[in-house]
Design a protein around this ligand. Structure first.
Ligand SMILES: [Zn+2]
Length: 135
């Protein structure tokens, strides 16, 4: 597997938990969008694209949309409608091997650091212009 391109879109405020959204191109053939960089207590986490889903229906085990009020299979009210049901996140795309995960994380985090540095550079230039303009 070769990661041939990573594009990083920084979120507006680098104090938020979600620091960036990335697109990752593999072998110049497949693109994965919505890869997120999350700030954790002990560093950054590369989160693969995922979707929310509710717990399965307690009566028939059918999986329902996370905001469903009634089971799509048996029609019974979803337990926990009054108390929101526990939400489960499922990765849509994810690396299978540890090696692929490490490779992906290293490349994405390097692209994030590079984009952060470029953003600081742009802001410094913008601040400089602003200072000169007000003098
Ligand atoms: Zn059901």
């Amino acid at each position: 597997m070769e990661i041939t391109e990573v594009t990083v879109e920084l979120t507006g405020y680098q104090q938020d938990k979600v620091r960036a959204y990335c697109s990752v191109v593999i072998d110049d053939a497949i693109v994965i969008r919505e890869v997120k960089i999350l700030a954790m207590e002990n560093g950054f986490l590369v989160a693969m694209p995922n979707r929310r889903s509710a717990e399965p229906c307690v009566l028939c085990s059918a999986r329902n949309d996370f905001n469903a009020r009634f089971c799509c299979q048996c029609g019974q009210p979803m337990v926990g409608t009054e108390n929101p049901p526990r939400r489960i996140y499922r990765d849509i795309v994810h690396p299978i091997s540890a090696k692929a995960r490490q490779q992906l994380e290293a490349v994405v985090l390097a692209a994030y650091e590079k984009e952060l540095a470029a953003d600081r550079e742009r802001n410094a230039v913008a601040d400089g212009r602003e200072l000169r303009a007000t003098r």
